[in-house]
Design a protein around this ligand. Structure first.
Ligand code: ADP
Length: 198
């Protein structure tokens, strides 16, 4: 049996949203759609898209909405996303929220829940410093990190208000062990009637 859940995970850089997103998607049997991962795979593969976005990612800037939206729509149109998906990194500003809502409405769908991972700024910065050493991501330089956190606060945090008005935000304490945090998220989704398939 497959569970159907249309989810978005949001949190500042270093909140662990990538890691928890993968765990939750596995639990529900749905694909993760991570715009950052899609861009990085294209950069690595040297595709035309990759060449277009390399400098943007390295600076920590946002890729233009139109281009990002097209990539997400293509990805969500694939068969494996028909019964659900977990979005990580998109939407990232209120314009992208509008695009996504319109696209989903065209399919008779909407998001079921928005998981907001709450992590204090000093905790996320120390996690990012560790990630910079472990993964060597080219946008984990001090300047790019600070820039991305600023964009998060200015452009991404406001999307939480939009979704809060719809009553679909679950604020989750993102400090604790990986398993504890996954359990908190699963419990919050369960309380919404989004049950893991057995
Ligand atoms: P982080 O959350 O640590 O910044 P992501 O993997 O989510 O990492 O994103 C990495 C980069 O990919 C962003 O800094 C941005 O350049 C680009 N990107 C990802 N998602 C989007 C989006 N929805 N809109 C525009 N640019 C995006």
């Amino acid at each position: 049996m497959t569970a159907s859940a249309r989810l978005l995970i949001v949190g500042p850089q270093g909140s662990g949203k990538g890691t928890q997103g993968v765990r939750i998607a596995e639990t529900f049997g749905i694909p993760v759609v991570s715009t950052g991962d899609i861009f990085r795979a294209n950069i690595k593969g040297g595709t035309e898209l990759g060449q277009k976005v390399t400098a943007i990612l390295d600076r920590g800037d946002l890729v233009p909405d139109e281009l990002t939206g097209e990539i997400v729509r293509d990805r969500l149109a694939q068969d494996d996303a028909a019964n659900g998906f977990l979005l990580d990194g998109y939407p990232r500003n209120t314009a992208q929220v509008g695009h996504l809502e319109e696209f989903l409405a065209g399919r008779g769908e909407s998001l079921d829940a928005v998981i907001l991972l709450d992590v204090p700024r000093d905790e996320s910065i120390s996690r990012l410093s560790l990630r910079a050493i472990e993964q060597g991501r080219s946008d984990d330089t001090e300047d790019a990190i600070a820039h991305r956190l600023d964009i998060y606060e200015r452009e991404t945090a406001p999307i939480i208000d939009v979704y809060s008005e719809k009553g679909i935000v679950d604020r989750i304490d993102g400090v604790g062990s990986l398993d504890e945090i996954t359990e908190r998220i699963v419990a919050a989704l369960d309380a919404r009637g989004l049950r893991v398939a057995v």
